[in-house]
Design a protein around this ligand. Structure first.
Ligand SMILES: CC(C)(COP(=O)(O)OP(=O)(O)OC[C@H]1O[C@@H](n2cnc3c(N)ncnc32)[C@H](O)[C@@H]1OP(=O)(O)O)[C@@H](O)C(=O)NCCC(=O)NCCS
Length: 162
């Protein structure tokens, strides 16, 4: 039986992430310098998914302006369709609930069918299209939003002062 483990990034994961970014997103990849700078700021969660102890993918989320944003999720080719993307999004919702977030926002290329289908499974709905959002290709982005279910937020055992 195989195991998916999700853990926080360490410095050692940054070069690996940057290499995977280039492989998957080409000219639109986050550069290693940008990744290092953003990671050092400590504002967002960088999470690494391992398949039987081997790094397989990552997700990055956190505040973006005044909204909670799923910035990126990616799985290497060899580990696709094993539920790792789903595990990372699930992990993100646990974090969003724990923080008391009401909703989660993301952008995805309108051409990225696999990711759109994955997001829809988690209740993400289409909000609008941002034209030519991804450069240099000029691909449109679909803006999606999911509500963090209030009943699940309550399960987190939060305390309210009336
Ligand atoms: C999108 C991505 C993260 C999915 O990761 P994954 O680990 O392969 O996805 P999962 O195995 O968890 O799949 C969960 C569900 O997503 C959908 N899905 C995932 N890949 C799919 C594909 N190639 N075609 C159709 N549906 C797909 C399915 O509904 C799937 O459920 P199922 O396997 O029960 O049918 C992965 O394809 C990837 O890294 N793509 C390149 C990077 C990227 O585009 N990231 C998104 C940036 S916004």
């Amino acid at each position: 039986m195989s195991i998916i483990t999700i853990r926080d990034f360490t410095e050692d994961d940054l070069a690996w992430m940057a290499a995977l970014e280039v492989e998957l997103f080409g000219a639109g990849a986050w550069s290693e310098a940008l990744i290092r700078e953003d990671f050092a700021l400590g504002l967002r969660d960088y999470r690494c998914a391992e398949w039987d102890g081997e790094r397989a993918g990552y997700a990055v989320w956190g505040p973006d302006g005044d909204v909670f944003h799923l910035m990126n999720v990616a799985i290497d080719d060899a580990h696709r369709r094993r539920g790792i993307g789903r595990a990372l999004i699930d992990d993100m919702f646990v974090a969003a609930r724990a923080r008391g977030e009401r909703d989660v926002w993301l952008e995805v290329a309108v051409t990225n069918r696999a990711a759109i289908l994955l997001y829809r499974k988690f209740g993400f709905k289409d909000v609008r299209v941002r034209e030519k959002y991804y450069q240099p290709e000029g691909t449109d982005a679909l803006v999606m939003r999911a509500v963090v279910a209030p009943e699940e937020r309550r399960k987190g055992g939060r305390t309210f002062i009336p």
